[in-house]
Design a protein around this ligand. Structure first.
Ligand code: ZN
Length: 440
């Protein structure tokens, strides 16, 4: 605890001196130190940290160290100082500064080129699929791939039925019951049902599977810590063989943002965000960020014919150099941008260069049931050259900047790369181009 006087000032002391303080406005105190004239003395306020101090006689600012500062008492009088203290009770959780900066703002109402969104979970949508189709037309989205959640008991048939409301535009992903692999012959049965999901339900991808450090989710339970199934678990081999043979890409959500693995303290860049999303903070006993990715990379090495779409920029958008390294090492690896536009927008030039180099390995995605405003925000980040804007519901202190991607990079990221991975998306693009009235 920091000692304070009754006026709320830090309790200043200097050996062999008389020290007095008086308040000066709300966040400053005048400090008088009388002692040996013409000599230096050490002024202390133990535990007091953020003080800025000005010597009013010598007219200079002094650097307040860890609870102390060296001052000089003038020849003819007592030292006279101004000590500033920070506004005391503004919590970082309340701090929400209103920027005074005013710069051009680009309104992006729809995507400049047709979009294929490979990452959605439309079984969570409370509206009718017809409404989703209307929104897709409005935003220039040609196709959306929807994944169900096996851990909520959902099936490929459910996604397929939903997709039938907009044939060729809503595309189902296969939902896999990963827990089968723990039973004898289970992975072979998973492989068979994957083939029938393609044949009978038109599955275009293997829907999103998650490994956040405890192995893949089981239906109804989430991961099973007593017997985790990690991505490279040999019990899954027959399944991955089938996926590679069917040329069916898998969307894999592997690990989360790096800050989720760091101590939740004053050095954590996502302090506020992780406070609001406590479930994203790493629970004890999970694999670390690096280890989850190493297991995924071992899988890619063992099955070179397998295509993995790493959701959310592989949970590594803060380290695009690392993502680049993984892309270089594993030709079957692709990355998806869902819910990560804010990560790109804090490093616009680096991110634009990354997307330029890797446009043929990057696909566009949203996540969950993405609304109009969030799609527009993503388009604005990729297309505009706007400076220092804030996205909705922002929980980061830094602003966003547009990447101003050139047209050929935008075309590849929006749909070109996805169309190569998903033939049904390529067909959807052709139909969309024929039907569409441009929004701007
Ligand atoms: Zn998802």
């Amino acid at each position: 605890m920091t000692a304070r006087t009754s006026s709320g000032a830090p309790e200043f002391r200097a050996e062999g001196c008389t020290v007095s303080t008086e308040p000066y406005g709300r966040h400053a105190h005048l400090v008088t130190v009388d002692g040996p004239r013409g000599e230096q003395v050490l002024l202390k306020a133990p535990g007091w940290r953020h003080t800025v101090i000005t010597d009013l006689v010598r007219k200079e600012h002094l650097t307040w160290g860890e609870g102390e500062v060296m001052i000089r008492i003038p020849e003819g009088r007592a030292a006279w100082l101004m000590a500033f203290t920070p506004p005391p009770e503004v919590s970082v959780f309340d701090y929400a500064p209103t920027p005074q900066l005013r710069t051009p703002q680009t309104e992006v109402s729809c995507a400049r080129f047709p979009v294929v969104d490979v990452h959605a979970h439309l079984t969570l949508d409370e509206e009718q699929p017809g409404q989703r189709l209307g929104l897709m037309r409005e935003l220039n989205i040609a196709a959306v791939v929807t994944s169900s959640f096996a851990d909520r008991g959902e099936t490929t048939a459910g996604s397929a039925e939903l997709a039938r409301a907009a044939p060729g535009r809503l595309l189902p992903a296969a939902t896999v019951d990963w827990s089968s692999a723990r039973r004898r012959g289970g992975a072979e049965r998973m492989a068979e049902s994957l083939a029938s999901d393609v044949r009978e339900h038109g599955a275009v991808l293997i829907g999103e599977l998650h490994d956040k450090g405890f192995g893949v989710d089981d239906p109804g339970t989430g991961p099973v810590p007593e017997d985790p199934l990690f991505l490279d678990d040999p019990r899954l081999d027959p399944f991955w063989e089938a996926a590679a043979a069917l040329r069916l890409p898998a969307i894999v959500h592997c690990g989360d943002e790096l800050a989720a693995y760091e101590p939740w303290d004053s050095r954590n860049e996502a302090l506020v965000r992780l406070f609001r999303k406590p479930w994203a903070r790493r629970r004890p006993g999970s694999l670390g960020h690096g280890e989850v990715h190493e297991r995924r990379d071992r899988l890619l090495k063992r099955f070179p014919g397998l295509t993995v779409i790493a959701a959310h920029i592989d949970g590594s958008g803060e380290r695009l150099d690392t993502v680049e390294e993984r892309l270089r090492l594993h030709p079957g690896l692709f990355v998806e941008l869902g819910a990560c536009h804010h990560v790109l927008a804090r490093q616009p030039r680096h991110a634009a260069r990354f997307l330029d180099r890797w446009r043929d390995r990057v696909v566009f995605g949203g996540d969950r049931v993405q609304d109009r405003a969030t799609y527009r925000e993503q388009f604005r980040v990729l297309e505009s050259d706007d400076d220092a804007f804030h996205y909705r519901g922002r929980q980061d202190p830094w602003p966003a900047y547009g990447l101003a991607l050139p047209d050929d990079v935008l075309r590849a990221v929006y749909s070109g790369t996805a169309a190569r991975l998903v033939p049904a998306a390529a067909e959807a693009l052709i139909r969309h181009e024929e039907e569409r009235t441009p929004c701007r």
